[in-house]
Design a protein around this ligand. Sequence first.
Ligand code: UT7
Length: 333
Amino acid sequence: MMKPYRAGIKGTGSILPGKKLTNSQLESIVETSDEWIIKRTGIRERHILEDGVPLAKIAAEASVKAINDAGLNPADIELIIASTCTPDYLTPSLSCMVQRETGAKNAAALDVNAACTGFIYALQTGRQFIENGTYNNVLIVSAEALSRVTDFNDRKTCVLFGDGAGAVVLSKVDDETGVEEVFLGAVGDDGNVLTIPLLYASDIDVQNRNQGKKQVIWMDGSEVFTFASRIMSEATKKVLDNAGTEMEQVKYIFPHQANMRILQNAAKRLGVSMDRIYSNLEYTGNISSASIPVCLDEASNKGLLKKGDKIIMVAFGGGLTYGSALLTWSKQH
Ligand code: UT7
C-alpha cells in the first residue's frame, strides 16, 4: 500500500557508560571463567551505569547526539518514543524524562516495552506518525540498565547483560529511502521463560530466584536460545518476503546482540556470511532494546553505511516478542 510520506533515519547517537565489567572481574564474583563466557556467548566485557546515575541521563545524552547528527534542534522533535524494560520510574515515563533533559519541549512522549525487541516496536510505531503526515521528526531512544535488575549471584544470567542507550531521529524523507517493511510478533504463551517481576511475583517467580531478590531477571537460557535461533532467521525471511526483496540486496543485518552463537545460527540458516552480520556484543554484552540502535550508531560513525544501502534489523526478547525491519539508509554517510 502506498503511504503519503516516507520515514527515514536522519540521525543516530549512542552512549555506553564508562564503567566496565570484564569477564575476569566476574570470575571473582561467581563461579565462572573467561573461557566459558567467551566460548558460550562471545562476550568479553559489558558497560555498567554508575550508581546514582539515572538511566534517563544516558538516554538523553544519546538523544542529543542523534538530534545533532540529524541537524535538528530539540525543539524540532514532535514525538519521543522511549523503549526500555528497565525504566527509572513507572511514572514519569522515560520518554518524559528524556523530554525534560533534552529540552524537546514541543514533543509528545510515550514509552514502549517489548523487552529486547523494543527498538523495532518503537520504529514501527514512530514511522506511522510520519507516514500519515502527523509529524515530521520523531525521536526513538532505547535505553537499558540491566545491571540494576541482575542477580550477580546467578551465573546463568549475570555474565550476559550490560547497560547502554541508543537513539535515532526518524524524519520525513522526500526520496526513495527510509523504512520499507516492518514485521512484528509475540508469543505471550511462552512469556514465563524470561521474567523480571515488578509489583507482582507468582510463586514460581519466587521459587526461581535467590531468596529476597524479587526484581531480578530469571531466564531459562536454553528455551530462549532455541526460540531465538529459529525466530531470527524466520523474521528476517518474513520481512524480505513481505517487501519482495532478496537477501543479496541487503548490505548488513543488525541483529539483537544476545549471544554470538545465536548470530552464527541465524547466519547459517540464512546462508549469509558473518561479515554481513554486524556485532558489538564482545564489548557491550546484551543491552536489550538498546543493542540495535547502538550498533547502528557505531556502523554509521565507522562509515559502513551509505545512502541507499539496504539493511535489516532483527530482534527477539522477553514477552516473548520478535520483530524485523527492512530499511534503506537515508543519511549521506
Ligand atoms: O535478550 C534475550 C535474552 N537472552 C538470551 O538471548 C539468552 C539465550 N541463551 C543463551 O545465550 C544461553 O542459553 C546461555 C549463554 C544463557 C547458556 O549457555 P548454554 O550453552 O545454553 O549453557 P547451559 O545453560 O546449557 O549450561 C551448560 C552448563 C551448565 O552446567 P551443567 O549443568 O552442565 O553442569 C551450567 O550450569 O554451563 C553451566 N553454566 C556456566 N558455567 C560457567 C551456566 N552459566 C555458566 C557460567 N559460567 N556463567
